[in-house]
Design a protein around this ligand. Structure first.
Ligand SMILES: Nc1nc2c(ncn2[C@@H]2O[C@H](COP(=O)(O)OP(=O)(O)OP(=O)(O)O)[C@@H](O)[C@H]2O)c(=O)[nH]1
Length: 314
């Protein structure tokens, strides 16, 4: 069984997140020259706002990057495979392998702090739930492969964005180019619902100049706490109708409809219709095991880490 890995970006790597990533190649492999020169060369030919990744000869000991205007060229230390994995976190595909790989969709998860975004994404990507709240600083990435009707496999690149980033400088860059957005609130916290207007405005603004307009889904989380609900379901439905959003209620704690909410967004992006049986199958409830963790222990229990990877940027 594959184990989940957590990658922290190299300190020398620029914050490339948010830029449209266009190309990736084997170039540099086997070269004994200076990686930086390869970078410079490549960067000169990049269209503004692009990121180029290449895998240098393994003897290079650090990740090198060159900026030119809004373009960034990154040479990743290590093997071609390592560069490929690194690049995958940013939606990069090898020029040569583009056709043979699954389609990757960028899904951004946003909403107020503590509404359950990290819980939702870890439940989806790793089938795990932690009771203890640990604030996300910056963002975390998760990769998870899912199947859609017609034997179609897609890899979802899930960006779990810290709730404190609203109003921050990087937020529109994180959201730019997203294929799908999960707008999450906590059904027991009215403020988190009220703040959706701000989150949604930011999504629209961030993508004003993008060719892709994201599919947006409104996610009411924590439905296991129905008895504490402060946001009426009809308010939720009205917000969806007024703004043309997919509507979904979930519980990251029990797993109720978590897989479904990601699957519905992916299907909508790709223009695929899910039938009733497929929807029912994805609604399955995953029983959460709750454990009171001591302060110094990590809150997440990894029950099934298959097909998911995490990358953290702060
Ligand atoms: N009962 C219940 N608790 C939940 C659920 N989802 C999350 N929580 C709890 O809510 C708290 C906050 O969850 P997080 O997933 O860390 O929230 P977040 O939105 O990622 O927060 P930020 O990192 O600040 O943006 C944690 O204590 C979770 O255990 C849920 O579906 N049901």
């Amino acid at each position: 069984m594959a184990t989940a890995t957590r990658h922290r970006q190299d300190a020398t790597t620029p914050p490339v997140i948010g830029l449209p990533v266009l190309t990736f190649s084997r170039e540099g492999k086997g070269l004994r020259g200076h990686t930086e020169n390869i970078c410079k060369l490549k960067c000169q030919n990049l269209a503004p706002g692009c990121v180029f990744f290449c895998s240098p000869y393994p003897r290079f000991t650090r990740t090198t990057s060159v900026r030119r205007g809004s373009s960034v060229c990154v040479c990743v230390r290590g093997s071609y495979r390592a560069a490929q994995q690194f690049g995958a976190h940013f939606g990069v595909m090898s020029d040569s392998e583009e056709d043979s790989q699954d389609r990757q969709l960028k899904i951004v998860v946003i909403g107020d702090g503590a509404c359950g975004k990290t819980s939702l994404t870890t439940r989806f990507a790793q089938e795990a739930f932690g009771k203890q709240y640990k604030q996300t600083i910056g963002l975390d990435f998760f990769l998870k492969r899912i199947s859609l009707p017609g034997n179609l496999n897609v890899t979802l690149q899930v960006w779990d964005i810290g709730g404190q980033t609203l109003g921050g400088k990087m937020l529109d860059k994180y959201v730019y180019g997203a294929h799908g957005v999960l707008l999450v609130y906590d059904i027991t916290n009215y403020q988190s619902f009220e703040d959706l207007e701000d989150w949604f405005s930011m999504v629209k603004k961030a993508n004003e100049e993008s060719d892709i307009q994201p599919v947006v889904s409104l996610i009411g989380n924590k439905i296991d706490l129905e008895h504490m609900r402060t946001v009426k379901a009809d308010k939720h439905q009205r917000f969806c109708q007024e703004n043309g959003l997919i509507s979904q209620f979930v519980s990251a704690k029990t797993g109720d409809s978590v897989y479904l909410c990601f699957q519905r967004v992916a299907a909508e992006i790709l223009g695929i219709k899910l039938n009733k049986a497929e929807i029912e199958q994805s609604q399955r409830i995953v029983k959460a095991e709750l454990v009171d963790y001591p302060q110094d222990e990590g809150p997440i229990r990894h029950e099934n880490n298959q097909q998911s990877k995490i990358c953290s940027v702060q």
